[in-house]
Design a protein around this ligand. Structure first.
Ligand code: ZN
Length: 203
């Protein structure tokens, strides 16, 4: 079964999108709010295939973010401070917050993929965890965990991925199905009432 079929023909997944305040777009590689609808991406890049782990990742962000922020931030608040240095603009991470957030999101994404019957969960979790080394603050994540510093340089990349998976697994265990469903319900209530009030940016 292709990922498109797994998304479109998945009764449980579709029950998550029963409200008209939230949707997914199998053609899109950007999560955005437009016409008052929070629309989640299903592709990593516009020319990459539909990927259920990408949709689950975006859903996990919705679940993870604080309730009162969900209705106005399609970027899930992951903005970095911009600084100018020698005439160039750099985006400067001050802490390891965004990597920590992505680790929490990965744990929730893991549970969602399993709930929706994705057969390649472990492989995709590994792939997502490996991609975190491109996050601008992963260096801080690494520096804050002394055990990682003892790893020889040539093994560091793999050690960080392994550590991220271990931390995400802990989160996975903290998020059983009932908790996911309860949190999603709360977020939908927020989105529904924001849609009704027409307060949301882009609405
Ligand atoms: Zn993310």
């Amino acid at each position: 079964m292709s990922d498109t079929d797994l998304i479109v023909e998945n009764d449980l997944l579709n029950s998550f999108f029963a409200s008209d305040a939230i949707a997914y777009d199998t053609k899109s590689a950007t999560t955005q709010i437009s016409d008052g609808v929070f629309t989640l991406q299903c592709r990593a890049l516009w020319d990459s295939p539909v990927d259920i782990s990408v949709l689950c990742h975006e859903m996990a962000h919705v679940i993870e973010i604080e309730n009162d922020r969900v209705w106005w931030e399609a970027s899930f608040g992951l903005n970095l401070r911009e600084i100018e240095f020698l005439g160039k603009i750099y985006r400067e991470p001050l802490t390891d917050q965004s990597t920590c957030r992505e680790v929490r999101v990965l744990g929730i994404q893991w549970r969602l993929q399993e709930m929706f019957g994705h057969t390649q969960v472990n492989y995709r979790v590994f792939e997502t965890a490996s991609s975190f080394r491109w996050l601008p603050d992963t260096v801080a994540y690494y520096c804050n965990r002394p055990s990682l510093k003892k790893v020889p340089y040539r093994k560091q990349k793999f050690a960080i991925t392994k550590r991220i998976i271990r931390d995400a697994l802990k989160v996975y265990h903290e998020w059983p199905e009932w908790r996911i469903l309860g949190e999603w319900k709360q977020k939908i209530q927020q989105l529904d009432s924001a849609k009704n009030r027409q307060y949301r940016i882009g609405a």
